[in-house]
Design a protein around this ligand. Structure first.
Ligand code: X8Z
Ligand code: ZN
Length: 602
């Protein structure tokens, strides 16, 4: 699958003027030489990745001029190494290689989400732009006049978006946060040019093509796969949207929420309207109170670390080992008061072996309880594949990594919460629990898809810088049915207000994870546990067989194509949204009933 072109060969020529050239192999390449080359490359790659990770950790937990410079330099070194080795690897094109070795040559070319051009100056510029954009996001604040000099950080604003039901206050915060991304626009335009140049030197048409070459199929086929999955789930989303819009119109008025148009993006309880669980109170189907994890955690006086202990305990109940002592010593669990950090949650494996950590600004609420499970899913995946060779140290595809912790969180059911003592009673009725979950998982689907629909078009040149913001809102409306609540222009850069754009993290992974986690859940519940009831009532808590099945797949890392990994866990070889549909079927039936007589869509 590796795609080496003339550009990559030229890059090899350009970088190939060092003293080491004298020792460069001559004559036709041999298998033995290719294997040795790959072994040395993986060793060098691992060493540089660890150095870069460590620098990144320090930067993200302490954003300063210096830590940004140190992290950029380490990343630059890593990018230079990959570019050089990928170029040298062209020597082995055409050689008949054993499967694993062939796979590694391909993985080398797609290993970086931000590949740099061979030109040292451009590489330095790209690395600097990367940390600068991420730094702007991390340090971003909004200082409303009414607060007389007091500024709000993103976690502060996140909280207001979740709790406030005041149209104008929500609008003010929504607008305020989007001022942070305005200065990113220029940087992003340059970022696209440079990263695309890096991707072209590796033999890809552009960076999107590189990203989409990581799925064991042609990039175009992968894009078609995402469309196929979206078409499967769209009817469910449309009914949720229709119902939510009608309820929001009751609260804010039809003049603010027209019943035939998109929903204003600031009314859904989330800064990006990506998950809607925070407006559950407006949308609850049943009067009976829903499970309130926020209240349970507070009532039981569970603190931030205590929340992480609950999640760890879940993994341990599946037969997996507890987290190492260093996890507790080195993780960042709360937002430091005295320095700037990137609060966006992440999971780390600094030495690719045992140095597992999470970085979060935990708040004691149900949403963060779920996110903690998400992050530990990354850590347990990392630990499972740690003995593989460096280029296989990853999940089967990036959606698998994102799905693992979410899979566990699907088993955080009312009866599980009762079992671990967080709830005294499980509330009756199933619709509330399903609705709460749908506002997280179903609402997210079109957002999970559109972020990269936008980026793919930006990266392949179909969207030009003059159209960045307009096209972003076009896609937001097309897929999500949400609209900017006020006029936007090209002076704004609203994509940059979402972490993964400045941080350059591909986003389709979350869309895939949203589908995959239900496929995993269904397989474990039906095949391993033999659970016959509705899927949303099944919990794999305490089931060692389920744990063994999960571990078997995680241990494969990236060594095999993802359909093999999917098969190891589910017996299926295709991504399939029928599991998420089955899970929400009772709610979907109810929504259809509610929407009778309503005109859905926008
Ligand atoms: O970024 C994340 C995780 C870290 S990988 C917290 N998520 C996406 C987001 O926040 O936008 C998880 C769900 C989607
Ligand atoms: Zn994640």
């Amino acid at each position: 699958m590796s795609r080496i072109t003339f550009a990559a060969v030229m890059a090899m020529v350009l970088v190939g003027s060092s003293r080491a050239d004298a020792r460069k192999p001559t004559g036709p390449p041999t298998l033995d030489e290719a294997a040795k080359f790959m072994q040395a490359t993986e060793k060098g790659l691992l060493k540089r990745s660890i150095t870069a990770e460590r620098a990144e950790w320090v930067r993200m937990t302490y954003i300063t001029f210096d830590t940004q410079a140190i992290a950029a330099a380490a990343n630059e070194d890593l990018m230079a190494f990959v570019a050089k080795k990928a170029a040298e690897a062209t020597r082995y094109v055409g050689l008949k290689l054993p499967y694993e070795l062939k796979r590694k040559f391909h993985l080398l070319t797609v290993s970086l989400s931000m590949p740099a051009p061979a030109d040292a100056k451009k590489r330095e510029e790209l690395a600097r732009i990367g940390t600068t954009m991420d730094g702007i996001y991390g340090k971003g604040k909004y200082c409303p006049k009414r607060l007389n000099g007091k500024c709000l950080t993103l976690p502060d604003m996140y909280e207001i978006m979740a709790k406030s039901r005041d149209y104008d206050e929500l609008l003010d915060i929504w607008k305020g946060w989007r001022m942070v991304s305005v200065p990113m626009k220029k940087l992003y335009v340059r970022f696209v040019e440079l990263a695309n140049e890096g991707a072209r030197e590796l033999g890809f048409g552009n960076l999107a093509e590189l990203w989409n070459s990581r799925y064991d199929m042609a990039p175009d086929d992968f894009e078609a796969e995402t469309d196929r999955l979206w078409e499967q789930v769209k009817p469910l989303y449309m009914d949720l949207h229709c119902y939510a819009r009608a309820k929001l119109a009751e609260v804010y008025g039809r003049d603010k929420v027209p019943l035939d148009g998109p929903i204003p993006a600031h009314l859904l309880g989330n800064m990006w309207a990506q998950e809607w669980n925070n407006i559950f109170d407006i949308l609850a189907p049943e009067k009976a109170t829903a499970i309130d994890i926020d209240a349970a955690l507070k009532a039981k006086k569970v603190d931030e670390k205590g929340m992480v202990r609950y999640a760890e305990n879940f993994f341990v109940s599946l037969g997996l080992p507890p987290l190492p002592a260093t996890f507790w010593e080195r993780s960042m669990f709360t937002q430091p008061r005295d320095r700037e950090v990137v609060c966006h949650a992440s999971a780390w494996d600094i030495d690719e072996k045992d140095d597992l950590r999470i970085k979060m600004c935990i708040h004691i609420n149900g949403e963060d309880f779920t996110t903690i499970h998400h992050e530990l899913g990354h850590n347990y995946y990392q630990r499972a594949y740690k003995d593989l060779s460096p280029l296989f140290l990853n999940s089967a595809n990036d959606g698998f990594h994102e799905a693992m912790g979410d899979l566990i969180a699907l088993s955080v059911t009312p009866s599980y919460l009762k079992q671990v003592g967080l709830l005294d009673e499980t509330p009756p009725g199933q619709l509330n629990a399903l609705m709460k979950r749908a506002l997280d998982k179903v609402a997210f689907l079109p957002f999970g898809l559109m972020v990269d629909k936008w980026r793919w078009k930006v990266l392949d040149g179909r969207i030009k810088p003059d159209d960045y913001n307009r096209s972003w809102w076009e896609l937001r409306e097309k897929y999500q049915g949400v609209a900017a609540p006020i006029e936007r222009s090209e002076a704004d850069f609203d994509p940059g207000a979402k972490y993964h754009i400045p941080a350059n993290v591909p986003y389709t992974r979350y869309f895939l994870a949203d589908i995959l986690q239900f496929q995993f859940h269904r397989a474990l519940c039906r095949q391993v546990i033999g659970f016959k009831g509705p899927l949303h009532e099944c919990s794999i808590y305490g089931n060692k067989e389920a744990g063994a099945r999960i571990l078997k797949m995680m241990k494969m890392g990236l060594s095999r194509p993802w359909p093999d990994a999917l098969e190891a866990l589910t017996g299926e070889r295709r991504m399939d949204a029928s599991a998420i549909l089955e899970y929400f079927q009772p709610l979907h039936d109810w929504l259809k009933e509610q929407n009778k007589g309503r005109k859905c869509g926008w």
